[in-house]
Design a protein around this ligand. Structure first.
Ligand SMILES: [Zn+2]
Length: 308
């Protein structure tokens, strides 16, 4: 249902704005260049990732050519969300780079691989043991975490930023840092404009603010990244049915919520505007790890040395 609505909206949008073809072509080239430069040689090529320019112009995952089977349920990913890497034990969502590296290595030891969000959204997942890394808020510690922890492990986190703080506060990365990450292949989505609760209450109390969180966020994120902005992560995980409708109208194809669940390779199993995702905190990491360990054991894909 949402797919059709999205595609229809996007067709209209891109027909009305042919100059977008330029930036879409740029993104395709950037994706090809990013993959070719190769943070992870075991990853599929950009062609295999499945993004392509449709006749209408929008950048969408390649459509599936076959009917879904029960086997498709196996091919799935869990999306995790980190925030900052200051090594500040007082911040519940903060981790040191060492702790972050240890978390990723523990998941690798369970047999997990780390496809990018773009790959997951394009349905390019194999097996049950997939983790997609996302990082919210555009914190200034992100580039170093990418350089020291994620890149050496072949992991390409997707970033969700809220433009009001980008380049204007000591909390955040600047435009140039985000652009460098985009140019090296990282997908960037919007995360509100001022990081407000984009709920029915906001729509009723301040319509302009509600629309700014969705429309201006997309416009400004697109200016910073010079790419079309396809994905939106709801600030605080808060949204309403109206938020989803406006997201689609604004040209987003995907909305990331905060709730348990997997993203499947078959669109029909996903609500594209309410994709599940878990925020990693110091308190809940043990539970998330236990969940992922159970998932690995249930899948029968656990390495023999770890099996009980
Ligand atoms: Zn946030």
């Amino acid at each position: 249902m949402y797919i059709t609505i999205n595609v229809m909206n996007r067709r209209r949008r891109y027909r009305a704005a042919p100059r977008r073809w330029l930036s879409l072509t740029t993104l395709l080239l950037a994706l090809v260049a990013g993959r070719a430069s190769g943070l992870d040689p075991t990853k599929p090529s950009a062609q295999a990732v499945g993004w392509r320019l449709l006749a209408e112009g929008p950048l969408l995952p390649a459509p599936r050519s076959r009917a879904a089977t029960s086997a498709d349920f196996r091919d799935r990913a869990l999306i995790l969300c980190w925030h900052s890497f200051l090594a500040d034990p007082k911040l519940p969502t903060d981790f040191s780079l060492d702790a972050l590296g240890a978390q990723l290595d523990a998941l690798s030891a369970l047999g997990y691989r780390f496809p990018s969000l773009a790959e997951a959204l394009a349905g390019r997942l194999t097996g049950r043991l997939n983790i997609v890394v996302t990082i919210d808020d555009g914190h200034r510690t992100v580039p170093r975490a990418v350089e020291k922890v994620f890149a050496p492990r072949g992991i390409e986190p997707a970033l969700f930023i809220y433009p009001a703080v980008i380049g204007t506060t000591s909390f955040s990365m600047g435009d140039a840092e985000i652009r460098r990450l985009v140019d090296s292949g990282h997908m960037v989505g919007a995360h509100g404009y001022h990081h407000l609760y984009v709920t029915e209450e906001l729509w009723k109390s301040d319509r302009a603010a509600f629309e700014r969180e969705i429309y201006k966020a997309r416009e400004k994120t697109g200016l910073i990244t010079a790419r079309p902005v396809l994905a939106y992560a709801y600030p605080f995980g808060a949204f309403s049915p109206r938020t989803k409708t406006e997201l689609s109208r604004a040209g987003y194809a995907f909305g990331l919520a905060v709730k348990p669940g997997f993203v499947y390779t078959v669109e029909g199993y996903n609500d594209e505007l309410e994709l599940p995702r878990l925020v990693v905190t110091q308190d809940n990491w043990k539970d998330i790890y236990a969940l992922l360990a159970r998932n690995a054991q249930a899948s029968g894909d656990l390495p023999k040395s770890k099996a009980k």
